[in-house]
Design a protein around this ligand. Sequence first.
Ligand SMILES: Nc1nc2c(ncn2[C@@H]2O[C@H](COP(=O)(O)OP(=O)(O)O)[C@@H](O)[C@H]2O)c(=O)[nH]1
Ligand SMILES: [Mg+2]
Length: 212
Amino acid sequence: MSNPVIFQQAKFLTSAPTIRHLPADEGIEIAFAGRSNAGKSSALNVLTRQNSLARTSKTPGRTQQINIFEIDAERRLVDLPGYGFAKVPIAMKEAWQKSLSEYLQERKCLRGLVVLMDIRHSFREADQELIHWAVRSNIPVLAVLTKSDKLKSGARKAMLLKAREAVPAFGGDVEVIAFSSLKKTGLEELEAIIQGWFSAAAAEIAARNELS
Ligand SMILES: Nc1nc2c(ncn2[C@@H]2O[C@H](COP(=O)(O)OP(=O)(O)O)[C@@H](O)[C@H]2O)c(=O)[nH]1
Ligand SMILES: [Mg+2]
C-alpha cells in the first residue's frame, strides 16, 4: 500500500523544453493537459494549496515547457504545455506540440492524465484526440470541466450531464467532474481520483518488484 499523497508538499522540480530534459523515467507521474487558458495552472495551485506554484497567466500560451512538481521521491505532478493556441508563430507552436506528444507517448511513468476543459466548451477536437490516445495506452483519464463558477447551477448540471454522455464513445477509463478553482468546487473529487491513481500504480510497481 502507498502512503496518502500530501499535495501541499509539492515543490517545483524543473522545467523541461523537451523530454530529454526530464528527470529519470521512474516513479509515478500524473499529468495535467488542456488547451491554453483552460485553467491547468490554477487547478494545480488549488490542488497543492500554493498560490503561485504553477504560474497562472491571463496571457494564453505562456506555458511552453513541461513543468514538473515533486510531491515526494516517488510521485510527481506534471503541467504539460497547453495546446490549441492560435496567436503564436507556427514554429513555436510545433515545438510545443512536439514535446507534448513525445511526453505522452514515451513517458513510462505516466499513470494518469487529467484533461482540463472549460465547462462551456468541453471535448473539442484536440481534447478528444488526447483522450483517445490515453485510452489506447491504457492510461486512466479524468476530464475536469473548469471554471464551473461561470455558469448558473442549471446550466452547469446540463453541461456536466452532456459531457458524461460523451464518455462511452472513448471506450476506456474516463471520468468527468465539474471544477472551479475560484470556488474550490470539485477539489475533493480531484484529490480522491489522483490519490487512487497513485495508489494503483504503486501497488502495481510493488507487485512487479516482488515477481522479479
Ligand atoms: N472564473 C474562473 N476563472 C478561472 C478559473 N480557473 C482559471 N481561471 C482563469 O482563467 C485564466 C487561465 O487560467 P490558467 O490557470 O493560467 O490556465 P492554463 O493556461 O490552462 O494554465 C486565468 O485568467 C485564470 O484566472 C476558475 O475556476 N474560475
Ligand atoms: Mg498554465
